[in-house]
Write a protein that binds this ligand. Structure first.
Ligand SMILES: [Zn+2]
Length: 150
């Protein structure tokens, strides 16, 4: 094997012990096949789902993982009722598991939240959240999957 890909063969491990090495295009395409049209629209084309459509607003305790690649993103213990209709969290499970980037679309300046490993669009983060962080991670429920504690 030659070329630039070879240089990135060392796995990137987050502080919480997850492999956050960016996925190859081939692996992303493979994983994307399991998504529904709505999930694909939100996660791969930066769409936003209508509020209150999500199945993860009122559920049990557990860890929310990326719907596409399974990376743990939020704990249900950091979830709060924001009355926005989107699942909201005041912190991530590990700051290294998300990538924040400036989003100037739709005439607004917002901070977009993407999955660090697969690059999928998850939602946005705002500075009007509750203590202790003051952050509000406003997520699309279709981008998340709850793994309930057993
Ligand atoms: Zn992911």
């Amino acid at each position: 094997m030659t070329g630039p890909a070879k240089k990135f063969n060392i796995p990137l491990i987050s502080r919480s012990g997850q492999d956050i090495t960016p996925l190859s295009d081939e692996r992303l395409r493979e994983l994307a096949q399991k998504l529904t049209a709505e999930e694909r629209h939100v996660m791969l084309a930066q769409g936003t789902e209508p509020p209150n459509c999500g199945g993860v607003l009122h559920t049990g305790a557990g860890v929310y993982v990326c719907r596409l690649c399974g990376l743990p993103l939020f704990s249900s213990s950091a979830q709060f009722e924001s009355h926005t209709g989107w699942p909201s969290f005041y912190e991530t499970i590990d700051p290294e598991h998300v990538r924040l980037q400036l989003d100037k679309s739709h005439g607004m300046i917002r901070t977009e939240v993407r999955c660090r490993r697969c690059g999928s669009h998850l939602g946005h983060v705002f500075n009007d959240g509750p203590a202790p962080s003051g952050k509000r991670f406003c997520m699309n429920s279709v981008a998340l999957e709850l793994k309930e504690n057993s």
